[in-house]
Design a binder for this molecule. Structure first.
Ligand code: HEM
Length: 484
């Protein structure tokens, strides 16, 4: 008998973990799969390449540049390069950290959710190569001094990113269309997310052309609404797709129905449409009102999605004791989404009323409530809950070690400090605000380095734990045979 989900490579055997399949959990090769009846799935591990790429660009690019850009803004050094450093930081975080992670996990999880064969490395790795190279080229060349190199770099990076995100979008939409199932909320969020990846491809080209013509700097009228389109549309929709399918269940609730998520889903995507159109219009009252409308629609949607599709309170009773610590990341991430919602409403209302750029402090704080709070905390939490290399750790009974608890507190504090630095705009000197931002960046970077160490440890421990579990399963079988 072949199993479509595992590419027909695995026979259903006693050691395989099927109990979770019905609830939408991911089928994993069992730790005791050495049993003679079981042919272990030859698993495509390209998602690990995406995760490694995401962590590398975050640690060496996005978060490192966050510290450099903050110190440069404080006047410590390179203050004439601040606008370029800030854009390089923003794109490294969105493309490299959030984008590569979402693409890698999307290519792995969505075929399984849709009941399709896993995608092979022949599909996944070229997408990774285009996205990763596009990110690296932009991150390295944009902060350089003006001239042909950063301008050409921006253009080449834009083409590579557009090809990668366009291909990702087509692959996901095809997978969803050919998959099984009806109109569950996760599927509609995933469709919307994939459509926004196609828009991201087009906007990446548009921004690269505009930037290459203006000294490797993407005009703010394009850049700001585009970064929000990416955060809320391309990344956000996948966040709600994956969360709505599993997080309420972790917390002992039922999956939300299409009816309960329809209004926030429509509001969110309407908001993103306004931001997309704003990115295509020149600065002026119409542009600002479009941005304001985008924020005013997206704000309430996050206010509803965080408790309905995610979780803002409660205990993760349906998770094994060892996995429960990781659920704290999920709670904190959704609470940050609620903060972001309130800040977006504030920024949107002022911008709509005034018809000009307004509420800079709320915009910056909202951006980082979403970026450091929702995206980063959720990536680190969900990776521990769904990534296969953490699977064996999740079954353990021991308490979360110090390193795991430290990662949580470091990242949660970084989010609070960075949101505070945003809200202090206009109330204190730029230097003190940016020193606080640099501190937030340093704390976040330390948290991510420790998280990377957790992954390395988990991968290295895998064979040992598998062998231990295999040996105890073999002993149990022997005892059973002897007592029969
Ligand atoms: C604690 C870590 C972080 C620090 C210290 C930090 C710092 C900064 C600073 C100083 C700015 C410029 C603000 C201004 O000029 O008003 C900025 C902008 C930005 N940040 Fe962060 N950031 C951090 C994390 C993140 C994360 C995780 C994301 C997204 C996942 C992100 C996305 C952005 C974006 C999109 C911009 C705007 C870029 C642009 O103007 O093109 N940041 N950040």
């Amino acid at each position: 008998m072949t199993d479509e989900r595992t590419g027909g490579r695995r026979r259903e055997g006693r050691g395989a973990d099927h109990s979770n399949a019905a609830s939408g959990e991911i089928l994993l090769p069992s730790p005791i799969a050495s049993h003679a009846d079981v042919v272990t799935a030859v698993e495509d591990r390209s998602y690990a390449v995406f995760i490694a790429g995401a962590l590398a660009t975050a640690i060496l690019g996005g978060f490192a540049l966050a510290i450099v850009a903050s110190l440069a803004s404080s006047g410590a050094f390179l203050d004439e390069r601040v606008p370029w450093l800030v854009q390089a930081h923003g794109s490294a975080q969105l493309q490299g950290w959030a984008g590569l992670f979402v693409a890698g996990m999307g290519l792995r999880l969505l075929p399984r959710f849709a009941g399709r064969r896993p995608l092979t490395h022949r599909v996944n790795l070229p997408i990774f190569a285009m996205l990763f190279l596009g990110t690296v080229i932009r991150t390295v060349t944009q902060p350089l001094d003006s001239g042909a190199v950063p301008e050409t770099g921006l253009l080449v990076a834009g083409i590579l990113w557009a090809l990668g995100s366009g291909t990702f979008s087509v692959v996901v939409i095809r997978t969803l269309l050919m998959g099984r199932g009806g109109r569950e909320p996760w599927r509609l969020f995933a469709f919307a997310g994939a459509a926004w990846w196609a828009a991201w491809a087009a906007m990446a080209m548009f921004a690269a052309i505009r930037g290459a013509r203006s000294d490797a700097y993407v005009p703010t009228a394009v850049d700001e609404p585009m970064t929000w389109m990416v955060m809320l549309g391309a990344i956000g929709n996948f966040i709600w797709a994956v969360q709505s399918r599993s997080v309420p269940i972790f917390f002992g609730r039922k999956r939300p129905t299409l009816r309960s998520l329809a209004i926030p889903g429509i509001l969110l995507n309407l908001g993103v449409v306004f931001l997309f159109v704003a990115a295509l219009t020149d600065r002026g009252t119409v542009h600002e009102r479009l941005v304001g409308a985008g924020f005013v629609f997206a704000g309430p949607s996050l206010l509803m999605l965080a408790p309905l599709a995610g979780a803002c309170w409660g205990s993760p009773t349906r998770l094994r004791p060892r996995a429960q610590a990781a659920a704290r990341f999920v709670l904190a991430a959704n609470i940050a989404a609620v903060f972001c919602a309130v800040l977006l409403l504030w920024a949107g209302a002022y911008t709509l009323i005034e018809g000009s750029f307004a509420a800079a402090e709320a915009r910056d704080a909202a951006r980082h409530a979403f970026g450091v709070g929702l995206i980063t905390l959720l990536i680190v939490g969900m990776a521990q809950l769904v990534a296969p290399f953490f699977a064996l750790r999740r079954v353990g009974a021991e308490a979360a070690p110090l390193i795991e608890r430290s990662v949580f507190w470091l990242l949660a504090s970084a989010a609070v400090l960075r949101i505070a630095a945003g809200l202090m705009l206009g109330h204190t000197s730029t230097a003190s605000r940016m020193h606080l931002s640099a501190l937030a960046g340093t704390v976040a970077l330390l948290g991510l380095v420790l998280f990377a160490l957790m992954i390395v440890r988990a991968v290295r421990e895998e064979p040992r734990i598998k062998a231990q579990l295999g040996a105890s399963a073999a002993r149990a079988r022997e005892r059973n045979t002897a007592t029969k």
